[in-house]
Design a protein around this ligand. Structure first.
Ligand code: FES
Length: 148
């Protein structure tokens, strides 16, 4: 939901856990997620599997801001789209169907936040505390929770 709707953001990592040029794989709310920083330092988060043979993307590396899986070299952007399939050549226009889910993330207060909305896991209420200060809730009436 945008502009006044309720959004739920959860802290999923400390910012310092995402190193330059090195993806990190995590499991949050039952989802396998890989995160990395692009060439501008922006954090990206997508599903942690390759559309080709479902290998773990977190075993890959960051190349020119994209996440590259080493086996066959598929490269993913922050939207979860495969932008390069080396075997087909650098000029090949990869179909949008070669993509995985991308998650909405933001960095605030030294933490990486992920937004979960309708249809996404909300986490265990008992393990969460409400967080109302400096949370990345632009466009939201309320929210911000973080793992205690
Ligand atoms: S398994 Fe991902 S590029 Fe082949």
């Amino acid at each position: 939901m945008e502009n006044g709707g309720t959004c739920i953001w959860f802290v999923i990592l400390s910012s310092k856990e995402i190193k330059k040029d090195k993806p990190i794989g995590v499991v949050r709310f039952g989802k396998d997620i890989v995160l990395w920083r692009d060439e501008n330092g922006k954090v990206n988060a997508i599903e942690d599997f390759c559309v080709h043979r479902r290998a773990r993307l977190s075993a890959g590396k960051v190349v020119n801001g994209r996440l590259q899986y080493p086996f066959h070299g598929f490269e993913y952007d922050g939207n979860g789209r495969v932008k390069l399939i080396p075997a087909l050549g650098r000029s090949y226009n990869v179909s949008e169907r070669f993509s995985v889910k991308a998650y909405n993330v933001a960095e605030k207060a030294g933490m990486v936040w992920m937004r979960f909305d309708d249809g996404e896991p909300k986490g265990e209420q008992g393990s969460l505390k409400t967080y109302t200060k400096n949370s990345p809730t632009q466009g939201c009436e309320n929210s911000g929770m973080f793992l205690s």
